[in-house]
Design a protein around this ligand. Structure first.
Ligand code: ATP
Ligand code: MG
Length: 426
């Protein structure tokens, strides 16, 4: 097999994504193929938002793309999707296609390569169905997406019920885009979302979490949460009570008020904790597993929700307790969650202020100091290793964190006293 000619842009640093996508479009045109920017990037450019990525759609078939470009990844050749890296960053290049028959409620059984217009019609929402020609600066709009962008509405392309019956993930995507873009959902589309909401239960938990994550990390998270509740998607997206069992209204309301009180840039752990803070920590652990959260995310969620009542009752928190919370790496999120929780309950913010003041007064080197005594000191006292090690070392370290002891002599003295109390003769 001969290698395609090396046509990559030369003598320059890798192009930024937008220029790389433009270069791919021009290069395909030079080879006689139709090529356009497509989907989300067109929507975002028209809205003046920075696109997350730039996708190219083209009349060139996958094999032709593999011949034209040198640096390619076959990510989804059967769907006509190839990644092209010739201009630097990887850009998704997809052949214009129509999707044929969905039997699993999520993916087309097969695709047929088609025209730009057919490709627009297979997309989910009108605002996501536009093309842009970077050579002429023209928007190519077969689905009246520009009008909906101006009206700020999410409208399914074609018959909403058919589109949601084909691919049930679109139910959640409708809410995600409405929340992230601060758009309304057009009434017929909304009616179909409500009607088909239970079908979300059939979609893989990973994809549900991905869309949910995009929604919860955007400043529109509260509107999104309310739409999830109103459409009945919520118990399928987050089965907190049980798969498909509606959440109690008071819980939804408190969750929404907590979300509304979070800083705009709150991350997924913080916003998901704000959503789930009324559940017992054990249930949060189970739910996070069901939702396929990563171990890191699950552990942080459980820790945040477990720690919240402790920081709410500020008086009970010793200096050592506070330092241990600060050493977790998740303390900033705990402070944000506490603030949001108090604000949501219309309670005084004093516990949050107190937590911030106390933590700010602790110098970083005092948060997690090296222990003054260790296992070797117990060995030197001829203590047989066992549970007593952890018991006494933890107690001495707590005293160290509480600044009740400040040097090694004091620590050794305390160690001996604790051992004597436990019945060891030294
Ligand atoms: P974002 O900026 O969040 O990435 P996006 O619109 O680019 O938004 P993607 O999930 O990256 O969303 O999908 C890219 C494009 O592919 C969409 O704009 C849409 O045209 C089409 N698309 C994606 N998922 C679906 C789907 N489930 N059904 C139909 N079309 C879809
Ligand atoms: Mg995208």
């Amino acid at each position: 097999m001969t290698h395609p000619p090396d046509n990559r842009p030369r003598g320059k640093r890798p192009l930024p994504p937008k220029e790389a996508a433009d270069w791919i479009v021009r290069h395909l045109r030079d080879q006689g193929f139709e090529a356009l920017l497509a989907g989300g990037c067109v929507r975002d450019m028209l809205m003046g938002r920075p696109p997350k990525d730039y996708d190219v759609a083209t009349g060139a078939k996958p094999l032709e793309l593999l011949n034209i470009f040198r640096r390619t990844l076959k990510v989804g050749v059967q769907f006509g999707v190839i990644m092209v890296g010739d201009a630097g960053p990887w850009i998704e290049v997809a052949t214009f296609r129509s999707d044929v028959h969905y039997s699993d409620g999520r993916h087309p059984d097969r695709v047929v390569f088609s025209t730009a217009q057919q490709d627009a019609l297979r997309r989910d929402f009108t605002v996501n169905g536009m093309f842009y020609d970077p050579v002429t600066g023209e928007v190519i709009d077969y689905v009246a997406g520009q009008a909906d962008l101006t009206r700020r509405v999410i409208r399914a392309i074609g018959r909403p019920s058919e589109r949601f019956a084909e691919d049930h993930l679109r139910l959640l995507r409708a809410v995600r885009f409405a929340a992230v873009l601060d758009f309304a959902i057009e009434p017929h589309t909304w009616q179909a979302v409500v009607e088909y909401a239970p079908l979300l239960a059939k979609v893989s938990r990973e994809r549900v979490l991905e869309e949910l994550g995009r929604m919860l990390t955007s400043p529109g998270r509260t509107i999104g949460m309310r739409m999830l509740a109103e459409s009945d998607l919520l118990p399928h997206a987050i089965p907190a009570v049980g798969q498909g069992t509606p959440w109690p209204l008071a819980t939804i309301d408190l969750a929404c008020r907590r979300l509304a009180a979070l800083p705009a840039d709150a991350d997924l752990a913080c916003s998901l904790a704000a959503t789930l803070a009324d559940l017992p920590p054990g249930r949060v652990d189970e739910l996070a597993r069901e939702m396929t959260c990563s171990n890191d995310l699950r552990k942080q969620l459980v820790w945040l929700i477990e720690s919240l009542p402790r920081v709410r009752r500020q008086g009970d928190l010793s200096l050592a307790d506070l330092k241990r919370l600060m050493a977790s790496g998740w303390f900033d999120n705990l402070a944000r969650l506490l603030h949001a929780d108090l604000a949501a309950r219309h309670q005084p913010l004093r516990p949050w202020q107190f937590l911030c003041e106390r933590s700010e007064a602790i110098p970083p080197e005092k948060v997690q100091p090296a222990p003054l005594v260790a296992g070797d000191d117990l060995k030197a006292l001829s203590i047989t290793p066992g549970p007593i090690y952890k018991q006494v070392l933890d107690a001495v370290y707590t005293a160290q964190l509480n600044e009740q002891i400040t040097d090694r002599d004091q620590a050794l003295h305390m160690l001996r006293r604790l051992l004597a109390d436990a019945g060891y003769s030294l």
